[in-house]
Design a binder for this molecule. Structure first.
Ligand code: PLP
Length: 445
């Protein structure tokens, strides 16, 4: 193992005991990459190197790192009420945060349930779907529809909906009755800035075929990421989400948008549903809800779902047997409120919208590189896919590491780098990310 440099905190005596998530542990521990501090769009690594953050962490910190306003709000909250339960007892910040989140969402998504992560949001949404159909006497709706290449987190509900093979092949005991739509990457429109023009309705009609095969009245819900994020930024073709909405309405199926990445301005609107003009029945979110500072997720539902579930229970009874010890944790709520204040006061969603064309052009400047197979962009989100080297994913993983040592963090999934700058990024920061990507591509060419 590499000896950690003096700039690493002294208490890092061993890397062995921490079993790291989604990481090649043996490889990492041979040559670790530790972030010891962060500010704005930069990380500082344990060797003292400056690393520009090209993925907003994991797409969760659009307002930049180490925001004082959030830290102060959390400090104040923790020294006032560091924990009170959210079962049968409340605290003011959760109600205010729910109101603020609802005000960012399209009507009638006005009821918000708090959780601690995107994975929990997805599993909570699955349970809400079941509770809703049961409450309205439609318990026969036992089938769920998801999509190839989908990522809905790592809890068992989300894994059941997963369309990414590595995330599910080791865990074969998943929910039954999940059927898949085709993913939306056709390869017909490479280097596409924005929505592909072709195939939208045709791809969405997969749902119609499921209705014809299984019976629309047996399907409970369709889960989709409006833009498939973790698989490498697959933007929905024109007409795709609209057609899904139409089929859901025809058959009484709930449409769930998983906006864990796209929520809070990533596409230049508060949520992707506004960008695409399609309103789901349920929206999941997490990540940027607190600017990534404290773990928190949420599920927002249409009024009618909340009312149906709550009104189906006798007075005084618990209506939805679900919740986490840390649902609506006071510190997370304080962080959420402070993050939403920053987004609003600094106009960061508009800033994302304004910067998006520059970002798209900068990313597309890499299209001439011989290693680049495709680039897809929308809002402040892009996927740059490199040709694999014979073993899918190997080059991408190696590139992520090399890029870090070249002073840039970008999250790769397989051979796709997912570039998602902070909304506070200046043009020069975007140029820096793109330059470092090019330099790293050159090293692999
Ligand atoms: N859903 C989507 C669309 C995601 O992109 C993610 C994480 O990237 C999740 C769910 C899971 O979120 P978390 O890692 O917070 O559990």
């Amino acid at each position: 193992m590499e000896i950690l440099a003096a700039s690493a905190p002294e208490r890092v005596n061993s890397l062995e005991e921490h079993w790291m998530p989604f990481t090649g542990n043996r490889d990492f521990k041979e040559k670790p990459r530790l972030v010891v501090s962060a500010e704005g769009v930069y990380y500082i690594d344990h060797r003292g190197g400056r690393v520009i953050d090209g993925s907003s962490g994991l797409f969760c910190s659009p307002a930049g790192h180490a925001r004082r306003e959030i830290a102060d709000a959390v400090y104040k909250q923790l020294t006032t009420n560091s924990y009170s339960p959210s079962f049968q007892v409340g605290h003011p910040a959760s109600f205010e945060l729910a109101r603020r989140v609802a005000s960012l969402l399209p009507d009638p998504l006005n009821h918000v349930f708090f959780v601690n992560s995107g994975s929990e949001a997805v599993d909570t949404a699955l349970k809400m779907v079941m509770a809703y159909h049961r409450a309205r006497g439609q318990s026969q709706r036992l089938r769920f529809v998801s999509r190839e290449r989908a990522y809905h987190g790592v809890n068992m509900g989300g894994v059941s909906l997963s369309g990414m093979v590595k995330n599910r092949e080791s865990f074969p005991v998943t929910m039954p009755n999940v059927v898949m739509l085709r993913h939306t990457f056709t390869g017909n429109e490479l280097f596409c800035d924005g929505q592909p023009q072709k195939d939208g309705v045709e791809l969405a009609n997969d749902l119609q075929r499921h209705c014809e095969t299984y019976g629309g009245s047996t399907i409970a819900a369709v889960f989709v990421e409006p833009v498939a994020g973790s698989t490498g930024t697959l933007v929905p073709p024109v007409g795709y989400l609209e057609r899904l909405r139409e089929i859901c309405d025809e058959h009484g199926i709930l449409l769930v948008f998983d906006e864990v990445i796209t929520g809070f301005g990533r596409l230049g609107t508060p949520f992707a549903s506004q960008r695409f003009g399609v309103t789901p029945d349920i929206t999941t979110m997490a990540k940027a809800l607190t600017n990534g500072s404290i773990p928190m997720g949420a599920v927002a539902v249409r009024d009618e779902i909340y009312e149906t579930v709550t009104e189906a229970s006798p007075d005084n009874a618990i209506e939805f047997f679900h919740g986490y010890t840390y649902s609506a944790h006071p510190a997370a709520c304080a962080a959420g409120l402070a993050a939403l204040d920053i987004y609003q006061n600094d106009g960061l969603f508009d800033r994302a919208a304004e910067m998006a064309p520059y970002f798209a052009e900068a990313m597309m400047s890499l299209r001439d590189h011989p290693l680049v197979m495709d680039i897809r962009t929308i809002g402040m989100m892009s996927g740059i896919e490199v040709h694999h080297d014979g073993v899918p994913g190997r080059r991408g993983q190696a590139m992520q590491k090399a890029l870090f040592w070249n002073g840039c963090h970008v999250k790769f999934t397989g051979d796709v780098g997912i570039v998602a700058p902070q909304f506070i990024a200046e043009r020069a920061h975007i140029d820096e990310v793109v330059d470092k990507l090019r330099r790293t591509l050159d090293e692999f060419a």
